[in-house]
Ligand binder design. Structure first.
Ligand code: ATP
Length: 234
């Protein structure tokens, strides 16, 4: 089956003062894939997804999503087009219950209160619906963020280091959750845990010093000598 391009970025460059965090990046997401973005600390991963989600304004380059130019759209309008970035869109309100948090995300796109239990069940948080979000374990808070991202009915869900701070047992559960999202939802995953990346991603892009070092299947990335030298280690 021919791949359909959902997102296409061309020539993205982003400078913070004198520091070029992202340099001439071309980046494609195919509809329905799970695509991982990896690379050493400071490689520009968060900057790149911030440009894609609209959290940072595009200085140079262009972004198309679902065939339309979104380069100048602010973040909230990109959310409406179907781009959800958990880091930004779904900050959890510690004083509200799990269900109330999910309800806010659902309301923000005009959805009905009745969707809350299904949204929580999808990530396995239904039994904690009445718990104050601030009292959740770190792992459960991450799952709530994902539930809130999904409540926006995104076409693209961007997850920024979702397994950071999760216990080993929670990582397995998280992998199952993400694996079940595609191909209905396209997933872009920034992740340092290589086991998670290799298990979930259909394609991987490696950033190094703000530039794309390689893009390919997990097998091709693992075998790439430049990637091994820069990131995966010997
Ligand atoms: N708001 C900012 N102001 C100045 N410099 C920044 C800012 N945000 C990021 N940087 C710098 O840009 C570079 C890329 O950072 P970025 O956070 O995008 O990397 P990353 O690959 O996501 O790193 P990590 O894996 O550590 O999260 C780094 O040198 C960082 O210090």
């Amino acid at each position: 089956m021919a791949a359909v391009t959902l997102l296409e970025a061309r020539g993205l460059t982003h400078r913070f003062g004198g520091l070029t965090a992202v340099r001439g990046v071309d980046f494609d997401l195919q509809q329905g894939e799970c695509h991982a973005l990896i690379g050493p600390n400071g490689a520009g991963k968060t900057t790149l997804v911030s440009l894609l989600s609209g959290r940072l304004p595009v200085q140079t380059g262009a972004i198309r999503f679902a065939g339309q130019d979104i380069t100048r759209l602010p973040a909230h309008r990109r959310v409406r087009r179907g781009i959800a970035y958990t880091f930004q869109i779904t900050s959890v309100y510690a004083g509200l219950s799990v269900a109330e948090n999910a309800g806010l995300a659902i309301q923000s796109r005009g959805g009905a209160e009745a969707e809350v239990s299904a949204a929580l069940a999808r990530v396995g948080l239904q039994d904690l619906a009445e718990t104050r979000a601030g009292a959740l374990s770190y792992g459960h808070q991450r799952l709530l963020e994902v539930a809130m991202g999904l409540a926006l009915h995104p076409r693209l869900l961007i997850l920024d280091e979702p397994t950071q701070g999760l216990a080993a047992g929670e990582i397995g559960r998280f992998k199952d959750l993400v694996a079940g999202l595609t191909p209905e939802i396209t997933v872009l995953l920034i992740e340092h845990n290589m086991e998670v990346v290799m298990d979930l991603a259909r394609r991987i892009t490696v950033l190094n010093f703000g530039e794309v070092l390689a893009t390919g299947t997990p097998g091709a990335i693992r075998a790439n000598a430049a990637v091994q030298a820069a990131y995966l280690g010997g």
